[in-house]
Structures are given as C-alpha cells and as structure tokens.
Design a protein around this ligand. Structure first.
Ligand code: CAA
Length: 440
C-alpha cells in the first residue's frame, strides 16, 4: 500500500520577540525563573503590525511551494487550521490562496478549500482530512497543503499572557512522503469542556489551572484509546514524543504522567521498584484520596530518578527547543514540536529513518488525539532546509512599552496607521481589510 504522510514542512515565525526573562518578568514584578524554569519559556514570537494569520500562513506556504518546485496545479486542497480566524464566512484558506495566486502562474480554482476549528487540535485534524482524501483516491495525483496559523494572544494581565506566540506551519501531505508516514493507529479523548473559550471575542476566557487538568485528563484517555488499537505503548518504542506545547512546563507534566503509564507492569517498573517502590495500585487503598496521595508521592520520586530523566532528555526535551523560543502557536504547536525533535536529531547526527514518533495533539474544549508516525528516508534533507534559526535571530526585540502598543494594534485596531518594527522583504503583508495582501 502506498505510504501517505507529511512530505515537507515550512515554519514562519512572527517577526517580533518578547523576551520573558529580560522584558516581561521585570515589568510584571515576577522572578524570571517563573517563566524560564516554571513555564519553561524564554520568549514569545509576536506578529509585526503588518502580519496576521493570512500573511504568516501564505509566507510559510510560499516558501514550501518554492522549495519543492510546486505550482498551484500540484495542489488539490488547501486546509487551514486556526483558532484566530477573523471571518465567520470565508475560510482563511481562500485568503491565502488569493495571496499565492498573485505570485504563481495558474490558480487554485480546482482546489478544495476549507478551515478547521477545534482549538489547537485542528492542525492535526486537517492533516487527517488530507490523509483520508488521498487514501480515498479522490486526490487525482495531487497533494494537500495544510497550514496551521495562529496569533495566540491573551488579554493583558491574563495569566496566559506569558505563554503567547504567533506563527504558521505549512505542511504538504502527499503519497510517498519524505518526512513521516502517518499510521492508521489513533486514539481519542474528547469531552465538552469550558475551561478555554472565545465565543465571539478576540481574546480567550481561560481558567488556566483547570485547563492544565483537562489537558492531562483528555491525554490520559487518548493514550488508553490508542492502546486499544495499537497495543501497549513502551517508552523505548518511540524516538520522540512530540506533544502539543502551550508551554514546555505543560509537556513536562504530561511526560511524567505518560512515563508512569508506559512503565507500569514492565521491567522498568521492576527496576525502579528497588529505588522508589512499585507504582501504587488502586485496590491497595481504602479511598480515592489516599490513592491519589500515593500516586503524587510516587510521581515526585519518579521525576528524581535517572531512568526517568534519561528518557526525558532523549525523547521529550528535543521536542521543546523551538517552543521555548517562540511560545504557543496553538494549531501549529504540536507540528513545531515534531519539527523541533527532527531538527535536533539532524544537528546531532542521529539516524532516524524507520524510527517512530508518538504524536499527542490537544485542543481545548476539549479533545486529545494520539497517533503514531514512521520517519521516512528523506527526513534529514527536509529538516536541514529549515531557516527557522535565522528567522528567530532576526526578530525585533520589543521593549515592554512597544509590546503594549503591538498588542493593542492586534486587538482589532489594524485600520489606523500603525508603526512597524521590521521592514518587510519579499513577503506578503497586511494592507487592510477586504483588500488583497501584497507581497513587498
Ligand atoms: N522559580 C521556578 N518556578 C516557579 C517560580 C520561580 N520563581 N515561580 C513559579 N514557578 C512555577 C510554579 O511552581 C508553576 O510550576 P508547576 O505548575 O510545575 O508547579 C509554574 O512556575 C507556573 O506558575 P503559576 O502556576 O503560579 O503560574 P500562573 O498561575 O501565573 O500561570 C497558567 C500558569 C495558569 C498555566 C497560565 O500560564 C495560563 O493560564 N496559561 C494559558 C492556558 C494554558 O496554556 N493551558 C494549558 C492547557 S490548555 C492547552 O494546552 C490549550 C492551549 O494551547 C491554550
């Protein structure tokens, strides 16, 4: 059977940077370590005032099409995943297609266009849609362009403000992919939740603490559901575990929970037993509270062991290197985590072809999805083409006052004359509502 999966990836970061330790922490009167150690973040990417979800998505897509030598005729669908859409009728993919048609011969009249919304999990759902479309044989030899693009901004003063970010990830889904083959093995954890909402409002209403618990609960369900299809997950079966990363500290919590789950009733649990005891079993406790206390103590001991820390350093930490520098990109976040792991492997000369990834996507509202992927032979060449380090180094470093003005500008004030902090060059820029985005 023909392999279907991700053939190419391009990442576009917002062109401004908010440094959390140097700029944000002093202005908030907080210790820098709250952000750098507690949340695990160094900086957020911010969009300049001429950037938005359309320009960032179109710029990532343009780079991808140019690098792969594609024309509109090679692409049979454009799916955009975003939770920052500004149009309740037209999908963002039509705006992005409009931009791309300005610069390529040919057009996307033949291409199906759509917009997916389920908070941050929508990027992965769009990839699933593309996979299903190809597997169903409806693609007529064409590939799908999937773009996850978001400006993840919170209201000023919201605890989520430290986890903001902005950027786009463009991915080409096709037959005989170069980066990863998607498998049919998937697991879900889904429930109606109200911890993170944006009902017709620009910034989310968030119960941050509860959102962390909901993330963990849905991921736990998705793990169990995945195992019902694919069998037991073992910590050594996967090279990396790229997970949705609202902030690296969230993944640290999920990783600990996942490691306990994966090592239960295995040789690893037996080995650890001499050091920290066996994992508590529910039937050994009189009530749920006592059981939960015992689990908490076990987890506290587990996170101090070399066994756990070695696994974390090998399989989790490399997925977080980009997130630390860019913050939360909502729909793009888990795809940044995959890119981050592959990039680290390429830099350290690690051989990965044929190895597997366990990918954990999550969207508030809420749904977790876990699936596995197999790394293909062409992964290294694709990943070495990333220019994300150069893009990150070029970001304009905002002062706190400037940050406030940029935040206001993105709060629907884009019609007035706005100061710009960087000079656009060979890229799509926002020129006004209802007008075509131009390439400067
Ligand atoms: N040194 C070291 N660590 C410190 C510290 C210091 N000086 N000060 C605080 N910390 C630690 C805290 O102990 C805490 O770590 P633990 O959770 O491991 O205990 C961490 O830093 C954060 O501190 P607080 O919990 O006090 O931070 P907060 O309450 O101000 O904000 C938050 C945390 C509620 C998660 C907030 O960032 C938030 O609302 N974020 C947005 C919602 C979010 O991202 N939720 C994640 C799940 S939902 C999801 O994934 C979807 C999505 O993309 C939004």
């Amino acid at each position: 059977m023909t392999a279907v999966g991700i053939d190419a990836i391009e990442i576009w970061t917002g062109k401004l940077k908010l440094d959390l330790a140097e700029t944000f922490a002093p202005a908030k009167g907080e210790a820098p370590e709250k952000y750098t150690k507690g949340l695990g973040l160094e900086a957020s990417s911010f969009p300049d005032t001429y950037e938005d979800i359309v320009t960032m998505g179109a710029n990532a897509a343009k780079r991808l099409m140019d690098r792969k030598g594609l024309s509109p005729d090679d692409i049979g669908r454009i799916d955009v995943a975003t939770e920052s859409a500004f149009d309740n009728s037209k999908p963002v993919s039509t705006y992005i297609a409009g931009c791309l048609e300005e610069v390529y011969d040919g057009d996307f009249h033949h291409a199906n266009k759509g917009e997916r919304k389920f908070a941050c999990v929508a990027g992965t759902q769009s990839i699933d849609d593309a996979y299903n479309w190809i597997k169903a044989g409806r693609h007529r030899g064409r590939s799908a362009l999937v773009i996850a693009t978001d400006t993840a901004l919170y209201a000023r003063g919201d605890p989520g403000e430290a986890t903001q970010g902005a950027g786009a990830v463009a991915m080409l889904v096709s037959e005989d992919p170069s980066v990863v083959e998607l498998s049919t093995h998937q697991g879900y954890g889904s429930a109606d939740e109200t911890d993170f909402l944006k009902p017709n409002q620009q910034f989310p209403s968030v119960d941050g603490k509860r959102s962390v618990q909901v993330y963990l609960a849905r991921m736990r369900e998705a793990l169990t559901d995945f195992e019902s299809v694919a069998g037991r997950i073992h910590s050594d079966d996967y090279a990396y575990f790229p997970f949705h990363t609202p902030f690296p500290g969230m993944v640290r919590k999920a990783a600990l929970l996942g490691f306990r789950h994966m090592t239960r009733d295995t040789e690893i649990e037996d080995e650890l037993a001499t050091e920290i005891g066996r994992q508590p079993r529910e039937e050994e406790y009189e009530d749920w509270e006592a059981y939960e206390d015992a689990i908490r103590s076990y987890m506290d001991a587990l996170k101090e062991t070399d066994t756990y820390n070695d696994w974390y350093a090998r399989a989790i930490d490399p997925t977080l290197t980009l997130a630390r520098r860019v913050g939360n990109w909502y729909t793009g976040s888990v795809h940044v985590a995959r890119a981050s792991a592959l990039k680290t492997a390429a830099e350290t000369g690690r051989a990965l072809s044929g190895e597997k990834l366990l990918v954990g996507s999550y969207g508030s509202g809420a749904q977790a999805e876990i699936h596995s992927e197999t790394i293909m032979d062409g992964w290294r060449e694709e990943v070495e083409a990333f220019d994300i380090d150069e893009q990150l180094a070029r970001r304009y470093d905002l002062s706190f006052e400037e940050y406030g003005r940029v935040h206001d500008a993105h709060n629907h004030e884009k019609e007035r004359e706005l100061e710009e902090f960087t000079v656009p060059s060979g890229e799509f820029v926002f020129t006004g509502w209802g007008r075509m985005n131009e390439r400067k």
